[in-house]
Design a protein around this ligand. Structure first.
Ligand code: XIL
Length: 377
């Protein structure tokens, strides 16, 4: 396959080459970027749904990988590069290098950016967690630091981020579920901090869509307890005037639990609150022989995996307010799953060698049908 070289931003020449028999252009001006006609992003275009990926690993230098990022997806999320730990490794000194690079890449390829994530208990800088632990950072100072982090990061990227995950994973997995009293932020600053971060975010970049993002909030837990808790919370926040624009369901599925058929109705009830919704971190994992080859141990998983992806995409397509469907990485070799779920893998849409898996044809077909039938967003 011919490889398209990335041209630097600013070059005005349109370079069109043939990729797998389909014309694609490397024009840095995103408005002129033409993805292959059978790409996921092009097939979704008639419905207005953006198909996205997290960029993991952060590899914008390997041609084959980069070509898939540009050709297949119309929205990108940095897997880690906008997290606090990465952007402010030393207190007071910011490093936006990697995230800036992805934003430029997106602009050159007609893509939007999902910013991820401003307020989370994980991947915080050591200076912050150590300072809180040893008492050198008081709760008042912690609150000011969080405010500064949100304002500085959103101001840096102002006007360039379509959706921001302002708050991530605040609810317990228990039944009933609630805002986790032991969460790093909640335990120090109280549950009201959740409203504060959205207010600060809105003031910093009023045009960005502000999302609450979490896993198992569309029925994946089998009880709907977590979805119910988030629903009640967001409803109360909206009534209090907190500027929340959307709910992101991460969409980490696992074939051993089966497909959660209440996913669509859960997305719809959030949408009925006049919120946007999105699938933000889709993957479907299963048990595999080993982390290197990621061959499913049960051959039926090769059917279940595409099926669950298809159903999840279908649910999003059916809900007009579902504006993006983002995969949490697109290649099995780069997926977070083997490192976080013992014995599992096969969770993405390309195999460990970046060859397309059967699921891609299923998703293409679903998008072709949706182009005729799904509500346009
Ligand atoms: C994961 C990344 O993919 C890994 O590279 C990193 O080591 C840990 O975080 N939910 C989220 C994401 O919101 O930020 C997480 O990403 C996966 C779970």
């Amino acid at each position: 396959m011919k490889v398209r070289r990335l041209t630097t931003v600013g070059a005005a020449l349109a370079v069109t080459v043939l990729i797998g028999g389909t014309a694609a252009s490397a024009v840095p001006n995103g408005a002129q970027f033409r993805p292959p006609a059978d790409s996921l992003r092009a097939l979704a275009q008639p419905t207005g749904l953006r198909i996205g990926t997290a960029v993991i690993p952060f590899d914008l230098d390997t041609d084959g990988y980069v070509q898939l990022v540009g050709d297949q997806f119309s929205v990108v999320t940095p897997g880690n590069e906008m997290k606090w730990q990465v952007v402010e490794p030393t207190q007071g000194s910011y490093d936006w290098t990697a995230a800036d690079r992805l934003v430029s890449f997106a602009q050159a390829h007609g893509q939007l950016v999902r910013g991820h994530t401003l307020t989370w208990h994980n991947q915080l800088p050591n200076w912050l967690t150590a300072g809180v632990a040893d008492g050198s950072i008081s709760n008042d100072q912690l609150k000011s630091l969080l405010h500064k982090h949100i304002v500085d990061e959103m101001t840096h990227f102002k006007g360039k981020i379509w959706q921001w995950d302002v708050a991530n994973e605040f609810f317990t997995d228990s039944n009933p579920s609630q805002i986790n009293p032991n969460d790093f932020w909640v335990s120090h600053l109280g549950a009201g901090i959740l409203g504060d971060v959205f207010r600060w975010a809105h003031a910093a970049d009023p045009k960005a869509l502000l999302f609450y993002n979490d896993y198992n909030i569309a029925g994946e837990d089998g009880t709907n307890a977590k979805s119910d808790a988030v629903y009640a919370w967001v409803k109360s926040q909206l009534a209090a005037g907190v500027p929340i624009n959307g709910i992101g369901d991460q969409g980490h599925l696992d074939t051993q639990y089966g497909y959660p058929y209440s996913l669509q109705s859960n997305l719809q009830r959030f949408a009925n609150l006049h919120l946007k919704v999105a699938i933000t971190e889709a993957d479907v994992r299963t048990f595999v022989t080993d982390a290197a080859s990621q061959v499913p141990t049960d051959h039926l998983a090769e059917f279940a995996q595409p099926y669950e992806f298809e159903q999840m995409l279908k649910a999003c397509l059916a809900v007009q307010a579902c504006i993006s469907f983002t995969f949490w990485g697109f290649g099995d070799a780069d997926s977070w799953v083997p490192g976080f779920f013992k014995g599992e893998g096969y969770a993405t849409i390309y195999d460990v060698n970046l060859n397309p898996k059967p699921v891609i044809q299923v998703l293409q077909q679903e998008l072709r049908l949706a182009a005729r039938a799904a509500p346009v967003r």
